[in-house]
Design a protein around this ligand. Structure first.
Ligand code: GLC
Length: 571
């Protein structure tokens, strides 16, 4: 029994804004784990530079680098001690400038992380604050509650587990007395080594403006804004009144996140970014600098506020990432995401994996599903984020011994992340298994990662997953991604879509009637079919198949769509 695919909804085009980032495919490099040039087992900037040709050949538009700034590495570099310095572990400022230049020469844009919610406890400001109570206003210091101030100032819990407050010593007095226990408490929504900044303080704002200018002057094309929804705290830091464990990428409504006050900061950053985006250049040419919000908002509508025309350019769509393997839920999230961003004229973004969540090959339970999900994502209108290694189909490493794990959440017992309804193979909330260094070549660890070992052990059975092993194999996941990205550029109905007068977000995307368990949609000149069932489905052929995540069957007139697969059709 076959079923016709018929259009049930068509979006009306209106005027379409342009910009390179509107349909960019952006590749996340987790710096510690991409490529190591000096043999210390930790990835570095020179290593990344040497592997840029892989990214150019893959066909991505931009690369996002996780933090490589001076840091004690209490949270993989998201604890920054000096925002203008490169950590010696990763190289030098000169290496950073060389990397940006080399990427630009290959036509790749470079986005760097900025971490404004908190500094490292080794940051000069925090060290000053420890010694001198009058220098504490840049952070959130408070006296404790209860007898002797022994209890934290409120009931907030850290995202990484345990109280969000740590008590400091009373500093050395002018008489040279030794520090004594029992001083004030400071707020840290993450690890104690990551004290939260007070964004009410003018110097904090000025400092970050200056930091952004520093990296823009060096030539970066934009910033991924860490915890972009967290900088502003509710007045008076009130109790939550219940013990809700905060999570990265969760959907809870917590008073210390998504405060309306953060939008004024993003508006001022947009003005700064725009001042670096020369108006005289045609839109879409190099020169447009962008901001990408890592914001966890409870609804798509709240998230869309971060990408209003005078705020940041994009926000990660964690609702898509969080979606279980369920066609109805996926369709709902896609519709809600497109509608919410269209309401503010921003592009939707799509993401399946990053350095904080279980890799989607493991979350979805099979490589077949991971490949299908990737083709679905890359066929949707808007911009897509890839996480290093997903183009190789890497699974989560689920058997890392406790002693090699570095995620601060692991020791503090906090389930840092949680992808809802997805099978995480017991790894939910653990973030080291997705950070295992990349396999490039060879038959055994470190698989060309570098001349030494690798900071997290790589599995012994990854020889078949290396870039070298997959290159040229038409059935490999790497060649699937390469083909998909090439087609995304070549087929006018993909990416931002063909219609310069279109509204940029829907681009004529329309859902097609399809059998239960199958999602099908059309874009101009293009159809995508996505079979979430564990069994093949027979359909009348909707066009000429141009790419499929699994081999198609059928007799030409009807087509047998394989289980857990996605197919692209030219029509
Ligand atoms: C972001 C990062 C995560 C980090 C946290 C604290 O969510 O993605 O890795 O631990 O911020 O900076």
């Amino acid at each position: 029994m076959t079923q016709e695919l018929t259009a049930v909804h068509t979006e009306s085009p209106s005027s379409k804004p342009t910009g390179w980032w509107r349909d960019a495919v952006i590749y996340q490099v987790y710096v510690r784990s991409f490529a190591d040039s000096d043999g210390d087992g930790v990835g570095d900037l020179r290593g990344i530079r040497s592997r840029l040709p892989h990214l150019a050949r893959l066909g991505v538009d931009a690369v996002w680098l996780t933090p490589f700034y001076a840091s004690p590495q209490a949270d993989g570099g998201y604890d920054v001690a000096d925002y203008r310095a490169v950590d010696p572990l990763f190289g030098t400022l000169e290496d950073a400038a060389d990397l940006v230049r080399a990427a630009h020469d290959l036509g790749l844009r470079v986005i760097v992380d900025v971490v404004p919610n908190h500094t490292s406890d080794r940051h000069r400001w925090f060290q000053e604050a420890l010694c001198d109570p009058s220098a504490r206003a840049r952070y959130h210091f408070r006296p404790g509650r209860g007898p002797g101030g022994d209890l934290p100032p409120n009931d907030w819990e850290s995202v990484f587990g345990g109280p969000a407050w740590t008590r400091v010593d009373v500093p050395v007095g002018s008489g040279g007395s030794r520090p004594e226990a029992g001083g004030e408490w400071y707020l840290h929504l993450f690890a104690p080594e990551q004290p939260d900044l007070n964004w009410e303080h003018a110097e904090v704002r000025e400092e970050f403006d200056s930091v952004l200018r520093f990296w823009l002057d060096l030539g970066v094309d934009g910033f991924r804004v860490d915890v972009a929804h967290g900088m502003v705290k509710p007045p008076g830091l009130p109790d939550i009144g219940h013990s809700g464990q905060a999570r990265l990428i969760g959907e809870q409504v917590l008073p210390f996140f998504d405060q309306d006050g953060v939008h004024e900061i993003h508006r001022s950053w947009r003005r700064l970014l725009d001042s670096y985006s020369p108006a005289l250049r045609p839109c879409g040419t190099p020169g447009q600098r962008i901001g990408v919000a890592e914001a966890w908002a409870p609804t798509s509508e709240r998230l869309a506020l971060y990408v209003r025309p005078d705020e940041l350019h994009q926000a990660f769509n964690f609702r898509f990432l969080n979606c279980p393997w369920d066609p109805e839920a996926m369709r709902r999230v896609i519709d809600e995401s497109l509608a919410a961003t269209a309401s503010v004229g921003a592009p939707t973004t799509w993401v399946l994996s990053n350095h904080d969540v279980v890799r989607h090959t493991t979350r979805y339970g099979s490589l077949a599903r991971a490949r299908a999900a990737a083709l679905l994502m890359l066929a949707l209108p808007g911009s897509a984020y890839l996480y290093q290694g997903e183009e190789l189909g890497l699974p989560e490493v689920t058997d890392l011994p406790d002693e090699v794990r570095r995620d601060p959440a692991f020791r503090r017992g906090g389930p840092a992340t949680g992808a809802q309804g997805a099978s995480a193979d017991g790894q939910e909330g653990l973030r080291d298994g997705c950070r295992v260094p990349m396999p490039w070549s060879g038959a055994e660890p470190p698989y060309g990662f570098g001349p030494g070992g690798s900071w997290l052990p790589q599995p012994a059975d990854w020889a078949g997953l290396t870039v070298e092993a997959q290159t040229g194999d038409p059935h490999s996941t790497l060649e699937l991604y390469r083909a998909a990205l090439e087609l995304r550029r070549a087929l006018p109905g993909l990416g931002a879509g063909p219609d310069p007068a279109g509204n940029g977000e829907g681009n004529g995307m329309r859902w097609l009637d399809s059998p239960a368990g199958v999602l099908a949609f059309g874009r101009p000149g293009f159809v995508c079919t996505f079979n979430t069932r564990g069994t093949p489905v027979e359909l009348p052929s909707p066009g000429r198949p141009v790419l499929s995540s699994s081999p198609l069957g059928g007799d030409g007139r009807t087509v047998l769509i394989p289980a857990d697969s996605c197919t692209w059709w030219a029509i």
